[in-house]
Ligand binder design. Structure first.
Ligand code: UD1
Length: 425
């Protein structure tokens, strides 16, 4: 296993290119199950989660080819298999996205029930509710969702839960409904750019999805879909992480090949924390000179502040002047990074779904353990500014969602190395 070893104290400066959004690519790859014609997904990032999705597709009879330029070509060769096995689903919850397209095309699916994760229970009741509304018969057997549908019929449904809409749940129902008979109307659909991207890809395949980007999606079922070529959107979470790196180290970073219009809430918060943010059509930059000001962070479904940037911004405000309150309204238990940031001298007290952060004047490098993808990014950010050496262990988490993070950070001046972790942690 690898670890990242960081010598803190360098203000990051320079330009970096954003990668393609993992959370777009995963459901879009699942959507290629909806046609027997070849599909080409361009600029797919070389991430562990993408590799996992390709293995699932291969288990489902899809021939997948990955080219050096990042293009992934898929072609369904055999529609006989309908099982997404536990060994793969347990490493990546987004695997559940094959449920909708399998039902749409093959009328049957056996998908391992995704478990909880380190940041709490992650139910899929809304996915199941939406699929049932379309006429799917569902049961849980031996840890698997076993689903069958003689025919899928368009339906009206409300897909909101206690924490708002569901991103992969909307994706699943959307993919099941594009080939259903009649019209489906999803109220309280997730509006995330990655859901919009999936809907645009489906339309490029010949689907008729309307209301894209709004909380009400209307899907007019079509007889069949054809192949398509598509380049998914840039990764707004990776972009936000680089902007946070500029903010926390007091440098200046420009991120190119990105969509600033997907980052409104993040820009608003960076500005409130005392950073200067500028942007053009496809670039955004963040710079900081003076002290960071304290500011509250409240996560919300899009277009609110993304929960996937909560940990990184908690690292940032841990060095701000004053008290900041971080409120998690999407995953109330997503605070695994609090204790590890504490090992680096951050002063954070967790209270239910909130964390109260008392700004400190410096962080101190330490060996820390990454607990999940975004928490590891927060520890890397803290390490970039901490005094002395930080070792972030269990970096396989970070490899799920950030492509070559150490190479990109090195290009911005960071002293960061990936080394083998002899302790095997
Ligand atoms: C997706 C993202 C993840 C991000 C999350 C929230 C992918 C692959 N992953 O995850 O990075 O952190 O959106 O933006 O795109 N919920 C229910 N019932 C359900 C489904 C969800 O109550 O059936 C709850 C969840 O527990 C959570 C909230 O709804 O509190 C949002 O979850 P959801 O949008 O479904 O997250 P994911 O799609 O799993």
């Amino acid at each position: 296993m690898d670890k990242l070893v960081i010598q803190g104290g360098v203000a990051l400066r320079g330009e970096v290119e954003a990668g393609t959004a993992k959370n777009s690519v995963l459901p879009i790859l699942a959507a290629t199950l909806l046609t027997r014609e070849p599909c080409r997904i361009r600029d797919a990032p070389a991430l562990r989660d993408v590799a996992t999705m390709l293995r699932i597709l291969e288990a489902l009879g899809v021939r997948c080819e990955r080219h050096a330029d990042g293009t992934i070509e898929t072609r369904v060769e055999d529609e006989g298999s309908v099982e997404a096995p536990y060994e793969l689903v347990k490493t990546m919850r987004a695997s559940v996205c094959v449920l909708g397209p399998l039902l749409a095309r093959r009328r049957r699916a056996r998908v391992s029930f995704p478990g909880g994760c380190v940041f709490g229970p992650r139910p899929i009741d809304l996915h199941l509710k939406g699929l049932r509304a379309l006429g799917v018969d569902l049961d849980i057997e031996a840890g698997y969702i076993v689903a069958r549908a003689e025919r899928l019929r368009g339906a009206e449904m409300y897909l909101g839960g206690s924490f708002g809409p569901t991103v992969t749940g909307t994706a699943n129902v959307l993919m099941a409904s594009v080939l259903a008979e009649g019209v489906t109307r999803i109220e309280m659909a997730a509006c995330e750019p990655e859901v919009q991207d999936l809907a645009n890809f489906l339309n490029a395949m010949g689907a008729d999805v309307r209301g894209i980007g709004t909380p009400i999606l209307e899907i007019h079922g079509v007889g069949e879909l054809h192949g398509a070529e598509y380049r998914p959107v840039p990764d707004r979470i990776e972009v936000g992480t680089f902007l946070a790196a500029a903010a926390i180290t007091g440098g200046g970073v420009k991120v190119t090949r990105c969509r600033p219009d997907h980052l409104g809430a993040v820009v608003e918060r960076l500005t409130a924390l005392g950073c200067r943010v500028e942007s053009g059509d496809d670039w955004i930059s963040c710079a900081r000179r003076g002290r960071l000001e304290a500011g509250d962070i409240t996560t919300l479904p899009y277009p609110g502040f993304p929960t996937d940037l909560q940990a990184q911004f908690m690292a940032v405000v841990s060095l701000a002047d004053g008290v900041s309150v971080v409120t998690e309204k999407v995953y109330p238990e997503r605070f695994m990074h609090v204790a590890e940031l504490g090992r680096m001298r951050a002063r954070i007290r967790k209270e239910h779904h909130m964390a109260i952060v008392l700004g400190t004047d410096y962080l101190s490098g330490a060996p820390v353990l990454a607990s999940d993808l975004r928490a590891s990014a927060a520890l890397v950010l803290a390490g970039l500014v901490a005094e002395g050496e930080t070792q972030v262990r269990r970096v396989y988490h970070i490899d799920r969602g950030y492509e070559r993070i150490e190479t990109k950070l090195q290009a911005l001046g960071a002293r960061i190395e990936r080394v083998r972790d002899e302790d095997g942690l």
